[in-house]
Design a protein around this ligand. Structure first.
Ligand code: ATP
Ligand code: MG
Length: 190
């Protein structure tokens, strides 16, 4: 019990009292998680920087930032009402953003079902008064932070990520680094 109370105190350290840092995301199943974790390690050897550990790999749908804890049930109700189709995400490219030195994996063709999911979530959130990013959605899976050089990998990755649901995730700063915890997840329809 004491461990849990201590954990809660650590969670709150990086956010204003009574709030949590949240985002909606796709969380990979075991196969895609393993492949993306291995890709992060390969890229680290090539580009330096810090590899995202396998258990932290995800694809952000919408970043919410600090949200009052009391609003979580509204977010959950909203997400439960979202209808979306399952899809396969083909992870087939690696890119580097010089402005933040992030190396990420993505897809050359964003599936329509992913676009729709993000759009529906965004509309629902806006209707509930949440502030959402209006910039065009670029699906990116962060794999390296503080990368020292862009990737020059000749062969693009070939990773299939079967997407069967989406999640509300808490992002917490702990002594051992940033930790993401799935608050709740919802299925997409077959
Ligand atoms: P840190 O900020 O400590 O380096 P982080 O970026 O992984 O760690 P968060 O800032 O909590 O953790 O972000 C959680 C997820 O949301 C990450 O995938 C991050 O890329 C994404 N994200 C964060 N801020 C934004 C934003 N303004 N717009 C879109 N996505 C964002
Ligand atoms: Mg961040």
């Amino acid at each position: 019990m004491e461990g849990r109370a201590q954990r809660r105190r650590q969670i709150r350290r990086d956010v204003p009292a009574g709030t949590v840092r949240l985002f909606f995301a796709l969380w990979p199943e075991a196969g895609a998680q393993r492949a993306l974790g291995a890709l992060a390690q390969d890229l680290k050897r090539e580009c330096g920087g810090r590899a995202v550990p396998r258990h932290n790999v995800h694809l952000t749908l919408i970043f919410l930032g600090n949200v009052e804890r009391t609003r979580i049930p509204r977010l959950e109700a909203l997400a439960a009402g979202i209808r979306g189709a399952r899809f396969d995400l083909a992870v087939n490219c690696v890119e580097f953003w010089p402005h933040n030195r992030i190396t990420w994996a993505g897809t050359r063709h964003c599936p329509e079902a992913l676009r729709e999911l993000v759009a529906r979530l965004g509309q629902g959130l806006a209707a509930e008064g949440f502030r959402v990013d209006g910039r065009p959605y670029v699906p990116h899976i962060t794999l390296l932070r503080n990368a020292r050089r862009p990737t020059v990998t000749a062969a693009p990755p070939v990773i299939n990520w079967p997407v069967t649901g989406f999640a509300l995730v808490e992002s917490a700063q702990r002594e051992r680094g940033r930790v993401y915890e799935v608050v709740r997840d919802w299925p997409l329809t077959a």
